[in-house]
Design a protein around this ligand. Structure first.
Ligand SMILES: Nc1ncnc2c1ncn2[C@@H]1O[C@H](COP(=O)(O)OP(=O)(O)O)[C@@H](O)[C@H]1O
Ligand SMILES: [Ca+2]
Length: 493
């Protein structure tokens, strides 16, 4: 009897232990499964739409981010890009209703891309840049009509329309800088931020954190982002986008009143009849066509980089500066410092010319070779895949970029190496739109958000690790201490 009692006790405690092991394992497995499986259900996404109404064209960007992480840096990503067909909204000055209509195709695309249940809560913003700034200067009534037309279209979409505005050059520069540093996750880090160089068709912006006090309040902006203070230097040069500078350069060469223009910035063999009004009909060109009896001029290319550079230098005024130092046209600029991301037309042009990632000297030599290539050869080489207008202008645009960076902003052979020509960072386009949305939706906190103790993945691994550890512990305990078993008492005997 006594022996039987002795045998019953370990069987009883063994059974208890087995039940405990299975119970703990089941609970841990259930917790782990629920943690893993519930995640996509908990992960709610939010969306935002920004239309970039540039001088040459409009583009619609859809951004997305996980709802519960909207204050963390780098969480907002570009989900979709839709280029609007046709020219920029400022080209609808004489047909304002067409401006709103032109956006419809991309709006329809956005409706399909975003879950209909989210349409009502998705903000949509339109920001217009230098093309509309110029139209506002030239013909404010038409500019207002164009803005009304796009407002009308956007307010009739199912999205949450948040306004259509002409943004200032300062905002354009600052939001571009916020975008590249947000995507690069540079805020709040010791390594510092990256400067932003944006080249458009009608204006160009330079924005960076200077290592000197900023002398001119117009060029200074203060931000507190993710727990760090930033004072940035920014300037936007209206009329110094590449399309307007081309007009300025043609104007300078046409001042003699000639109807035949031999242009070193275009390839030898290039010859096109153009209208004077296409050069003079912009507030950027201050002179008027002296001889309006003639409508056309012939634009011929001679393909000479050095002469092209001196022709472009004439559109900059380097002679007056009332501050300690200037870039050009009397605009104060501290010396460039740190790394720079150059995007938009900087990227399109330098990428086409295969001039990214070279020294300044090599860039100049290769560009000079490209410029002296005859137009026929250029067309044969690239004509199939590049629009002829862009193709004819790459020599000019590349030379303008070099002149602007070297003579305008004072980059040197040394600091040239700090410039990266960028299109996208982590799949999102470099440009002002993302920074604009982050600002308007208050998604960039002044202070660094509390970081969670552990990431989701880390938590799952920890749970699994603990469950394995517990099982091993119980198994060892069972084996070496009590030798209890989950089998029947008969087996033990
Ligand atoms: N593939 C390309 N190659 C060369 N230039 C391009 C290309 N795509 C766009 N661009 C140019 O980039 C510039 C974009 O400027 P945009 O944003 O419209 O004007 P802004 O910023 O001055 O309002 C324009 O000059 C346009 O012609
Ligand atoms: Ca632009």
């Amino acid at each position: 009897m006594a022996e039987q009692r002795e045998m019953k006790a370990p069987w009883h405690s063994g059974k208890m232990l087995c039940v405990a092991i299975f119970f703990i394992a089941a609970v841990i497995t259930l917790v782990a499964i629920s943690v893993v499986q519930n995640k996509p259900i908990q992960q709610k996404y939010k969306y935002g739409i920004v239309l970039d109404a540039g001088s040459s064209h409009t583009a619609l960007y859809i951004y997305e981010w996980p709802a519960e992480k909207e204050n963390n840096t780098g969480m907002v990503r570009q989900r979709h890009y839709c280029p609007v067909k046709g020219k920029g909204i400022s080209s609808y000055a004489h047909n304002s209703s067409g401006a709103g209509l032109s956006l419809m195709h991309c709006i329809e695309e956005a409706k399909r891309k975003i879950d209909p249940a989210k349409h009502k809560e998705t903000p949509v913003y339109l920001g217009a840049t230098a093309g509309m700034r110029l139209l506002m200067e030239q013909d404010p009534k038409s500019a207002e009509k164009v803005l009304s037309s796009v407002k009308d279209t956007l307010s009739k979409t199912p999205f949450d329309f948040q306004g259509a505005r002409i943004i200032t050059g300062q905002q354009e520069g600052a939001f571009g800088w916020i975008t590249v540093n947000y995507l690069g996750e540079n805020f709040g880090k010791a390594a510092g931020t990256m400067g932003a160089l944006d080249l458009g068709g009608a204006s160009t912006q330079i924005t960076f954190v200077s290592n000197q006090p900023i002398e001119s309040p117009d060029n200074s902006m203060d931000f507190r982002l993710y727990g760090s203070d930033y004072q940035v230097y920014t300037h936007s040069f209206l009329c110094y986008g590449k399309d307007q500078v081309l007009k300025l350069a043609l104007e300078k060469q046409l001042q003699s009143g000639e109807t035949l223009l031999q242009d070193p910035c275009f390839h030898q063999g290039y010859s096109q009849d153009k209208q004077f009004k296409d050069v003079f009909d912009t507030p950027c060109v201050k002179t008027i066509n002296k001889d309006d009896s003639k409508e056309n001029f012939t634009h011929n290319g001679t393909g000479d980089f050095a002469q092209c550079q001196s022709s472009i230098q004439k559109v900059f005024n380097f002679s007056q500066c009332t501050s300690s130092r200037c870039s050009f046209n009397g605009v104060y600029q501290p010396p460039v410092v740190g790394t720079f991301g150059a995007f938009s037309a900087y990227y399109f042009v330098m990428n086409f010319l295969n001039l990214t990632g070279q020294s300044l000297e090599d860039t100049k030599r290769n560009l000079a070779d490209y410029c002296k290539t005859p137009w026929n050869e250029i067309k044969q080489r690239y004509g199939e895949r590049v629009k002829e207008k862009y193709l004819s202008e790459y020599c000019f645009s590349g030379t303008y970029i070099l002149t602007l960076l070297e003579n305008g902003y004072n980059f040197t052979e040394d600091t040239w190496r700090d410039i990266t020509f960028i299109d996208k960072i982590e799949g999102s386009s470099a440009g002002w739109t993302l920074g604009y949305m982050l600002n308007l939706t208050n998604m960039i906190p002044a202070e660094a958000p509390d970081t969670p103790l552990m990431t989701h993945g880390g938590f799952v691994i920890l749970i699994l690790f603990l469950s394995i550890f517990l099982l091993v512990l119980l198994f060892l305990g069972h084996r070496f201490l009590g030798r209890p078993s989950c089998s029947s008492p008969k087996d033990i005997v």
